[in-house]
Design a protein around this ligand. Structure first.
Ligand code: FAD
Length: 417
């Protein structure tokens, strides 16, 4: 279905911020900009949520514009990291396990289409646990019930398979051999590539926070354009509170998260795949990935950091967190005790109160969707989020209460990991 094309509107030249980041994806001016289009849907934000949503809406026959201020998978976005874990274990929150399973199929299929299957690395995920750990115990039951390939490994088997890890107080673990990681911002850019090939018009533009009330007819960009559409989707990750300060200023909590990459000793293969899987030390709230393409052994605290501004926040790691992480690495991975820090990233989680995503209509604007709240675990689910939003818009698909705005509180109480 396409709406009548009338006007895309006035424009002068390219929205050029970050154009050098992804030149192949950037268009100076959308086709039809001078002739004028009204899009069926304008998606603001080309992170993993917005990119997948735009692509799947275009596949469903909608005429879609996708806009981003800095570019798909840019270094300030939550989707902008080098790598993102995809695992199936989510305690008894079965919807996320199902979404993760389904998303992995869609990721694989898309990577096949763009000829880049290695954007998913099937290195396995090892989730370490201690004693009766309730979340990990519930995960085990969910994986069993859904028939997901996994192993429950006791301490002696863990030590036999991964002698380079000192498991410390961890007594058992779940190993998901078919899980692994997605190659972060490259994966997002692949989605935008295929979205454009499907008809999505990508515009590198910063959208001004909408004002007024009721149905939204258009949005303005900082460069002076007006983009008209029947439906608007704001998939702006940690920027959502800036775009909707009254509604979301106290309901999305962007937090500063630091990521460290350590260089293994020369010629040492024990910290890269296949010797090393993705690992999670749940009790210590820290996880990591094997050295990939010599970029370093990734270690990242999962504990929420302080509040963070995604536009202007300094992206330099702190000596305090580095010291904490080094201490952990020395204990858990003794072979990396003196490993140099070869790289680092500062990103931000865009947390909801409990970690459930926010996917809902704006309560006062019936053609405006709010899509975000990835809360440190959203990347893997990009395909499922895109499908859910597409179904809601195209077929009036069933709403899942946990994603509603009404369930989002103003006090953080993390429950989804
Ligand atoms: C350090 C770190 C590690 C993580 N690890 C994992 C993991 O291992 N596995 C996992 O599944 N998830 C992980 N996550 C979470 C996951 O990366 C995020 O939940 C997900 O990327 C959020 O995507 P998004 O599209 O909602 O937001 P974003 O990726 O932030 O995208 C929002 C986009 O909107 C654009 N934008 C904002 N405002 C405007 C505007 N006014 N006009 C135009 N464009 C605008 C931005 O430029 C940006 O590109 C991690 C996150 C971090 C920070």
């Amino acid at each position: 279905m396409k709406t009548t094309r009338r006007e895309f509107v006035k424009t002068t030249g390219a929205g050029a911020i970050g154009a050098t980041l992804v030149p192949a994806l950037v268009r100076a001016q959308a086709p039809g900009a001078s002739g004028g289009d009204v899009y069926d849907v304008a998606v603001v934000g080309a992170g993993v949520f917005g990119a997948w949503t735009a692509y799947l809406l275009a596949k469903a026959g909608r005429h879609v514009a996708l806009l981003d201020a800095y570019g798909p998978g840019n270094a300030r976005s939550s989707s902008g990291g080098q790598s993102r874990v995809i695992r199936m274990g989510y305690g008894d929150r079965e919807i996320y396990t199902r979404w993760s399973m389904h998303s992995l199929e869609l990721w694989r299929s898309l990577f096949g289409q763009v000829g880049r299957p290695s954007l998913f690395q099937e290195v396995g995920v090892l989730w370490m646990a201690r004693g009766e750990d309730p979340l990990t115990t519930k995960t085990l039951a969910t994986l069993q019930r859904l028939g997901i390939v996994h192993e429950r490994l006791g301490r002696s088997e863990l030590e036999r398979r991964w002698p380079q890890i000192d498991f410390g107080p961890n007594t058992w673990a779940i190993h998901e051999p078919d899980s692994g990681f997605l190659v972060g911002f490259h994966a997002v850019q692949a989605v935008v590539q295929i979205a454009e090939a499907t008809g999505v018009e990508y515009l590198q533009e910063a959208v001004v926070a909408p004002t007024g009330q009721g149905r939204l007819g258009s949005v303005a960009t900082r460069s002076g354009k007006t983009v008209r559409a029947g439906t608007f989707i704001f998939a702006c990750g940690p920027w959502l509170p800036k775009l909707f300060p009254d509604l979301l200023g106290e309901r999305i909590f962007p937090t500063r998260q630091e990521v460290f990459y350590f260089g293994p000793p020369p010629g040492d293969q024990s910290f890269r795949s296949p010797a090393m899987p993705v690992w999670v030390d749940f009790a210590e709230e820290i996880y990591g990935l094997p050295d990939f393409k010599g970029r370093g052994f990734k270690v990242a605290p999962d504990r929420h950091g302080p509040a963070f501004d995604p536009d202007t926040g300094a992206r330099v790691v702190t000596p305090e967190t580095l010291a904490t992480v080094r201490n952990f690495v020395a204990r858990r991975f003794p072979g990396l005790k003196d490993a140099p820090l070869v790289s680092s990233e500062v990103c931000q989680y865009e947390n909801t109160s409990n970690g459930d995503f926010l996917i809902d209509l704006h309560p006062e604007r019936d053609n405006v969707w709010l899509v975000g709240g990835g809360s440190g675990h959203g990347f893997k689910h990009g395909p499922a989020v895109g499908e859910y939003v597409t179904a809601r818009i195209v077929e009036g698909g069933k709403a899942e209460t946990r994603f509603s705005l009404a369930t989002k509180q103003k006090v953080q109480n993390r429950a989804v990991y």
